[in-house]
Design a protein around this ligand. Sequence first.
Ligand code: GLU
Length: 296
Amino acid sequence: METSSCINYTGRFAPSPSGPLHDGSLVAAMASFLDARAHQGKWLLRMEDIDTPRTVAGADRFIMQQLLALQMQWDGNVIWQSSRLQRYNSVFQALQEQGLIYGCACTRKEIAENAKAGKRLGLHGERPYAGTCRHGISGNRPARAWRLLMPEGIVRFTDRWQGEQSQDVANEVGDIIVKRADGLFAYQLVVVIDDHDQGVTDIVRGNDLLSSTARQHCIARMLGYAVPLMMHVPLVMDETGRKLSKQNHATAIDLQNPLLSLGKAWQALGFSPLQAASVEQFWQAAIPRWHARFGQ
Ligand code: GLU
C-alpha cells in the first residue's frame, strides 16, 4: 500500500439501530471501513436513531460490540442523532426563514392519487409529490408534514462504484419531506447535516441509498455544504431475491465464525477469497487489496 497520507479523508458508517448488523449491513460497514483505512482516513460511527419508532433499545450497543468483535474500530466518539435535535431544529428554522419550507396537508392517499393523475412516475419508483400545497394549503386543514422546495434542474454526480448518475429531483421526486407528520425530522435532512458537521468527505454505503443521493445533494447545496464523494456498494440478496434486511428478518452476523462472516462480505464486494488465519490478518490482507482497486 502507498504510504502517502490522505489526511483529508473522513468516512463514516451510519447504521440505524433497529436491530443487530447482519450479513447485508456488514458489506456496507466493511466497504466504508476499508475505504477509510485504505485512504489512511478517519472512519466515524454514527447511530441513526432519528426514526424513534424503528429504534430498538440496546441495538446501538450491540452493533458497537459486533464491530469491535470484528476489529472494526471507529475513530473518535460515536454520535447519536437523537442527541442532535436542537441542531436539526435550527437548520430547519433557518430554511423556513428563507421561505424554502412549506406545510403540507396531503395524506398518503392524496399524494398517490395526484401522482397518478399527473402520470408522473419516479425513475427509482418514487411517488413524486405534485406540489399540491406549495402555494398554500387549501381549505382549513392543518399542516401534517413540512416540505423543502427542491430546485429545478438535473442533479449529476459520479458514483465511484455505479458510475455516472443523474436525476431530475424537482420532477421525479418533488419537494421532499424534512419534518414528518409524526413530528420527527426526516432522514434525508439530518443525514446531510450530520455528514457536514462531522466533516465527512467520502460516503460509502449500500446501493439502496443511491436513489436518495441526488436529493441529499440538493439539500447540501441549499445549505451551502460541500458535497461528499459517493460510492454505493452492491446489496446482499436473500434466496427470494429481496434485499437482506432487518425487515426481512435477516439474522445477526455470526460472530462464532468471524472469518467466515468477513469472507462472505468480502466476496459480496466482488473480491476473490483471502487467505487469513485471524481477523487481524484478514484486515492486513484486505486493506491493500481494496487500495489497489479503489485508492487514487
Ligand atoms: N441509516 C441508514 C441505514 O442504516 C444509512 C444511511 C446512510 O448511510 O446514509 O440504512
